[in-house]
Design a binder for this molecule. Structure first.
Ligand code: WQD
Length: 338
């Protein structure tokens, strides 16, 4: 297969690129580097031993994207490109709706014009909203998103589901990620947030490296086993392999499917902190503070559909996630800016 990876220079995209090449496929990365570094390409070439095909373009730019579709014939598209900071989306909703919807609509228009009928979309468990029943199953109706970022994921799913209705020969996989963490075992590619990390694991690794003073644990009064928030952490390499499995599934099946990509196991903030300390033999200073507004107590997946449909399941452990995340951070204290 030859796959177009929109936003393929980012955290999930770069890891998916590696797994596609490892599986014997070809990939073309289309990215405007808004939230990624071009230094990732030399790392990808070192890991795969092959030159990276990269097109520097904004996926929402119809003319630029058309040139890519004219130049290459694609079997499928994996659509990662989009803004992804929950807090930022609350402050800049217009930019989030404009960018995250335009990229999807422009991509689908190019696909239709050039006869590409398969797309894997990077969705998120955030589309479930504040559902309290666990585990989360794909057939559940969203309780409503809690931020503009989540709504853009929800709306993009709606766009693609309606496209599948109108074009029954299209094949569409909407992958709902839970909490991707960790890094490739080489330690040469990983999560590289700009500024102070919003998410737990990159914050932990920057405390461990001394870049940040201590971790603030957002609340220990939730109805969970230790009072701190519970999430379904999934190794980014497992997540990447899920995308390869989804592409291969779409080669044989038409229609649209919503699929959870999670482990099905929930771990608390303190479970993660303790595992990180144990695995890496590093003491992590933390303080308990108030809850973060908008957070839910518990969120984890029912991963059965991915196993049944794609023959995929997460294999890496929480220890693997902690070990690999630390290797990336310790080898790249300033991410790709070193
Ligand atoms: C995890 C847990 C926090 C930071 C978000 C997005 C979601 C997806 C994944 C894109 C929670 C706690 C965190 C900190 C803490 N992103 N925490 N101190 O909120 O589950 O999901 O990222 O698709 O859409 O919403 O992830 O890593 O921010 O938080 O105590 O400094 O860690 O309260 O319980 P979250 P997170």
């Amino acid at each position: 297969m030859r796959i177009l990876l929109s936003g393929g220079a980012g955290f999930i995209g770069s890891h998916t690129y590696v797994e596609l090449i490892n599986a014997g496929h070809e990939a073309v990365i289309v990215d405007n580097l808004y939230n990624a570094s071009d230094r990732v390409f030399q790392r990808l070439e070192a890991i795969t031993g092959k030159p990276v095909v990269f097109c520097n373009a904004d996926v929402a730019d119809k003319a630029a994207l058309s040139e890519v579709f004219q130049k290459y014939s694609f079997d499928a598209v994996i659509h990662f490109a989009g803004y992804k900071a929950v807090g930022e989306s609350v402050v800049k909703p217009l930019e989030y709706y404009r960018n995250n919807l335009d990229t999807t609509l422009t991509l689908c228009e190019c696909m239709r014009e050039y006869g590409v009928k398969r797309i894997v979309f990077s969705s998120s468990a955030t589309v479930y909203g504040m559902i309290e029943t666990m585990p989360l199953v794909e057939t559940m109706t969203s309780a409503g998103c809690t931020n503009p970022y989540g709504w853009t994921k929800y709306m993009n799913e709606r766009i693609l589901l309606d496209a599948a209705q109108a074009m029954p020969d299209w094949s569409i996989a909407l992958l709902r990620y839970f909490n991707p963490i960790g890094a490739h075992e080489s330690g040469t590619i990983g999560e590289d947030p700009v500024g102070i990390p919003n998410n737990l694991m990159p914050y932990i690794t920057q405390v461990a490296s001394g870049k940040l003073d201590h971790l603030s644990v957002f609340g220990d009064d939730y109805n969970t086993h230790d009072g701190t928030g519970v999430r379904d952490y999934i190794h980014v390499v497992d997540l990447a392999k899920g995308h390869v499995a989804a592409c291969e599934y779409l080669m044989e099946h038409q229609g649209a499917e919503i699929i959870n990509l999670g482990t099905g196991v929930g771990y608390s903030v303190l479970d993660l902190v303790n595992a990180f300390q144990r695995v890496n033999n590093i003491e992590l200073p933390y303080v308990i503070v108030d809850r973060r507004p908008g957070d839910i107590a518990t969120c984890y997946a029912d991963p059965a559909k991915a196993k049944e449909l794609l023959g995929w399941q997460a294999e890496k452990t929480l220890d693997d996630m902690c070990r690999d995340a630390w290797r990336w951070q310790s080898q790249n204290p300033n991410g790709y800016r070193d």
